[in-house]
Design a binder for this molecule. Structure first.
Ligand code: BES
Ligand code: MN
Ligand code: ZN
Length: 490
């Protein structure tokens, strides 16, 4: 969808979006339209349940065309999170309306109006994401009509400048959503890696390790997961060097299980198709790298993703196998379906060992237990460092990607001890998201570290304000914000 910014006025074609405050007070544009049309707007409001409450909307037709009244709610609460939700709401109200374009007249000329316009535009773009490349028979009349949104606002040049930064982030989110939406016969470790290599044209340094290189490095944990697959396992290292030369980098590490059958501990058939999104952590890391490069972030950032396919096969690993990780620690495989932690064990160790980052954040669709804990609304995370934890929480709040800190601790950690090796890969059922995090912690030395279990949030089963149903890209925006506020401003 095309986004433009212009000075306040009346559009020559397309729909007009005008705002109304809670209680029904019309914006100047809405009031002018009301007057020009003999009180039509006021009558429509009176005849409806529209009161101007935040994110309510009402469509009114005047002889000159469609007017979408949009509820501002409380004028003291028009923050960026409100603005993004409003952008999503406006897009959703107009997407399939028949209109090809619309102008959003933002005629509150307070100090925050340019920033607000940029965020409304961002919300609309995020909501307009679609993945329909595999639909060949979809009729034209079933496709959205809206092609262009113009934001009319004082300081439209400033709004455009702010939006250009946000647009780079939206492209990162779309990249993640594309990767996560792709079916696993199309997106497997090697083809995933090719999408990352394409980031080179944005200035990202990309290196792809194959099984031979990983074997040389001793990554027995990751390689064990992939050994039952016909597809070669890969590890991709992406580097964005936007900071000062020699500045310590920060690192993001993603679980990239392109498909998780469970392996020999095979999953039940019902719902197994969901496991195409088991590369969601790697998808977020890739989208984040694209966003950072797109907005030319002034930071040195490493993105590492472990790409495998977990399949049952004559060569697949067995429950009771013992593997040796790159760290030297041995792992008894209790359940081949607890594979994500094995991939991350080597990816985290490698990242820490090779790049000595100031901090590491890993993301993984790691456990069903996390979905039992927090459902599909909130991402649970674990941290070994309070300052980093607080910084992530602040970033999460700023972009409305809800997160909640979960506990670590010795009592949980010791549940991962094995009778025969240094640890086992699966513990008791209760507290399964926590013991999984404790397992990962064994592969982190003194580096400040966060583990985000995105099992519940990587895929949305319903439309949300800025996320259409499907792959969400959850995490790209919060981590971009973490880099912006905690790394670049430090
Ligand atoms: N990829 C799954 C976790 C998952 C489940 C993510 C549902 C998203 C939706 C992971 O590899 C897995 O299978 N975890 C097991 C671990 C158990 C065997 C210790 C689980 O959560 O059941
Ligand atoms: Mn699994
Ligand atoms: Zn998995």
């Amino acid at each position: 969808m095309k986004i433009a910014f212009a000075k306040i006025g009346r559009p020559k074609k397309g729909a007009v979006v005008a705002s109304v405050l809670e209680g029904g007070k019309l914006s100047p544009t809405a009031a002018a339209l009301d007057e020009e049309n003999g009180g039509l707007i006021g009558k429509a409001i009176a005849a409806s349940r529209f009161t101007g409450k935040a994110h309510q909307s009402l469509t009114v037709f005047t002889p000159a065309g469609r007017v979408l009244l949009y509820g501002l709610g409380d004028p003291t609460k028009l923050d960026p999170q409100w603005a993004e939700a409003a952008g999503g709401g406006i897009y959703a109200a107009l997407a399939s309306s028949g209109e090809k374009e619309a102008a959003v007249v933002m005629d509150r000329d307070d100090a925050g109006c340019a920033e607000r316009a940029a965020h409304v535009a961002l919300g609309a773009v995020l909501r307009s994401y679609r993945f329909d490349k595999y639909r060949t028979t979809m009729k034209k009349e079933d496709r959205p009509t809206l092609e262009k949104l113009t934001f009319m606002v004082k300081d439209h040049a400033e709004a455009k400048k702010l939006y250009d930064v946000e647009a780079a982030i939206a492209e990162g989110v779309a990249f993640t959503r594309d990767l996560v939406s792709e079916p696993p016969n199309v997106l497997y470790p090697e083809s995933f890696a090719e999408h990352c290599v394409a980031l080179k044209k944005l200035g990202v340094d990309v290196e792809v390790l194959g099984e031979k290189e990983m074997a040389k490095l001793g990554m027995g944990a990751l390689l064990g997961v992939g050994q039952g697959s016909r597809r070669e396992s890969k590890m991709v290292v992406m580097r964005w060097n936007g900071g000062a030369k020699g500045d310590q980098p920060v690192a993001f590490v993603g679980k990239g299980v392109c498909f998780d059958t469970g392996g020999i501990s095979i999953k039940p058939a019902g719902g197994m198709e969901d496991m195409k999104f088991d590369m969601g952590g790697a998808g977020v890391v890739s989208g984040l790298m694209k966003a950072l490069a797109g907005r030319k972030a002034k930071a040195n950032v490493i993105g590492v993703i472990g790409l495998v396919e977990n399949m049952p096969d004559g060569n697949a690993q067995r429950p009771s196998d013992v593997v040796t990780s790159m760290s030297g620690q041995t792992i008894e495989i209790i359940n081949t379906d607890a594979e994500g932690r094995l991939v991350l064990a080597d990816a985290l160790w490698y990242t820490q060992d090779k790049y000595k980052p100031a901090f590491m954040v890993d993301l993984a669709t790691l456990t069903g237990a996390m979905m039992v804990s927090l459902g599909e609304e909130t991402c649970g995370y674990f941290a070994n460092d309070d300052k980093l934890s607080d910084a992530l929480k602040a970033a999460s709040d700023a972009v409305a990607e809800p997160m909640w800190r979960m506990p670590l601790g010795d009592a949980y950690n010791k549940q991962m001890d094995s009778d025969i090796a240094d640890m086992k890969n699966a513990g008791p059922r209760w507290g399964g998201a926590i013991t999984a995090a404790c397992f990962l912690e064994r592969f982190v030395d003194k580096t400040p570290w966060i583990h985000m279990d995105i099992a519940g949030v990587a895929w949305s089963r319903k439309d949300r304000s800025t996320t259409p149903k499907g792959a969400s890209g959850f995490g790209v925006r919060a981590l971009d914000r973490l880099v912006r506020d905690y790394v670049e401003k430090a």
